[in-house]
Each structure stands twice: as structure tokens, then as C-alpha cells.
Design a protein around this ligand. Structure first.
Ligand code: TYD
Length: 208
């Protein structure tokens, strides 16, 4: 069966991921590369409904375990609804956040531990490990300074600087532990410079 490639983008809130995804979308469309863009949490009817629960600033009493399980649940549905069909068609699947977000945010920053988060994400990790994960490397201090503070309606962005420092440290540890899958791109450059580096790493990994 012909299988497309799964490329995920990761980084701290405000690292500039969205701009890079927009530039990549324009590039792939211009070059007629068969692809889909999707995001987590979300990317389908049920997963988007779970996203609303997860990010809603009014759900402050949500436990860390519930949060981790909801991200994992949204992920399984998203894989079924959007990712698997596109991969089966041989398309490039570009996903804005994926299982490494759960490892950085829930395992490391919330402190739930890698074992628990790996276990509840075993379906994704065993069957749909990304071919390449692009980590836009920008500290939370720089990221929030750029976006002029955290979004007051976003539950995760409101978690505080200490939490986001742990997320960043989590990503760095993940990148170090899986150097073959992770590629780090310096996020402290102009969007065009970052994009040229993104294209370079995707070409090096035979994704383009
Ligand atoms: P979003 O507004 O999409 O953030 P961004 O534009 O920075 O990607 O919100 C997604 C939030 O959910 C973000 O704060 C990261 C968090 N998240 C997790 O904590 N765990 C996960 O598994 C995923 C996919 C996201």
C-alpha cells in the first residue's frame, strides 16, 4: 500500500509555527504537491468539539489526567478521520502539533510522566509515528514577548511562565532523545529565513 508521509510541527505557544505552516501551504500548493494541512487538537467534527472543551478558559477545574486523556482521545479520532485516509492516498500530511505536544505539555510540564502519556498515546506512537518532526526552537520568553502576552481566553496559554519553561525544556529533551526524527529550526530569525531552513530540512529528509 502506498503511504504518504506524516510531518508534524511543534514548538512553544507563539513560536511562529502558524506563519511557517502558512508559508509551507502556499509553497506546496504552488508546486502541486498532494497534501493536506491539519491540526491538533482538532481536525474533524468530534476532535474540534474536544478542542473546544480543552482550550475553553472557563474549564479551569479540569484535572491534568482528564486533559491528557482528552488530547489522546481527540488524536485517535483525528487519525481515523483525516490522517489515515490522506496517508493511504499517498499525500503529505502536515500536522500543526501532534503527540510530542502531549509529551512536552502533559508528560513534562504537567508532570504526568512519560510512561503514562506514552501509554495513553500508544495507538498514535505505534501506528503513526511522524516521519519528520520540525521543532521551531524559540524560548517561551521570546515567544510571549513577540505575541505581546498570553491569550486570556486560552486555558493553556494562561498556565504561566513556569509551565511554559517546562514545556520548552520538555521539547529540548525530546529532540535530544530522538535526533533522527526531530529537526530543530532556530525560531529566532525572520519568517523567511526560518522558512528557508524548514524547506532545507524537509528536502534533506526526502519529504519534498
Ligand atoms: P492552539 O491555539 O492551537 O495553540 P498553537 O497555535 O500555539 O498551536 O492551542 C493548542 C494548545 O494545546 C497549545 O497550548 C498546546 C496545547 N496542546 C497540549 O497541551 N497537548 C497536546 O497534545 C496538543 C496537541 C496541544
Amino acid at each position: 500500500m502506498k503511504r504518504g508521509k506524516l510531518i508534524t510541527f511543534e514548538g512553544c505557544d507563539g513560536c511562529g509555527k502558524s506563519t511557517q505552516l502558512r508559508l509551507l501551504s502556499e509553497y506546496l500548493t504552488k508546486n502541486a504537491v498532494p497534501h493536506i494541512f491539519t491540526r491538533e487538537p482538532g481536525g474533524g467534527k468530534i476532535s474540534e468539539a474536544i478542542r473546544e472543551i480543552l482550550l475553553n478558559g472557563k474549564n479551569a477545574e479540569m484535572t491534568d489526567e482528564c486533559e491528557a486523556l482528552l488530547y489522546a482521545a481527540a488524536r485517535v479520532q483525528h487519525l481515523h478521520d483525516r490522517v489515515e485516509p490522506a496517508l493511504r492516498d499517498g499525500k503529505l500530511v502536515i500536522c500543526d502539533r501532534y503527540v510530542d505536544s502531549s509529551l512536552a505539555y502533559q508528560a513534562y510540564a504537567r508532570g504526568l510522566g512519560k510512561d503514562f502519556v506514552t501509554k495513553i498515546n500508544s495507538f498514535a506512537l505505534e501506528h503513526y509515528l511522524p516521519d519528520v518532526t520540525v521543532f521551531i526552537d524559540l524560548t517561551p520568553e521570546m515567544a510571549f514577548a513577540r505575541k505581546r502576552g498570553a491569550d486570556e481566553n486560552d486555558r493553556l496559554e494562561q498556565a504561566g511562565m513556569e509551565f511554559h519553561r517546562k514545556v520548552y525544556a520538555g521539547y529540548k529533551a525530546l529532540a535530544e532523545s530522538e535526533p533522527n526524527r526531530f529537526v530543530c529550526v532556530d525560531g529566532n530569525q525572520t519568517p523567511q529565513e526560518i522558512f528557508q531552513n524548514v524547506l532545507r530540512v524537509l528536502r534533506e529528509r526526502n519529504c519534498l
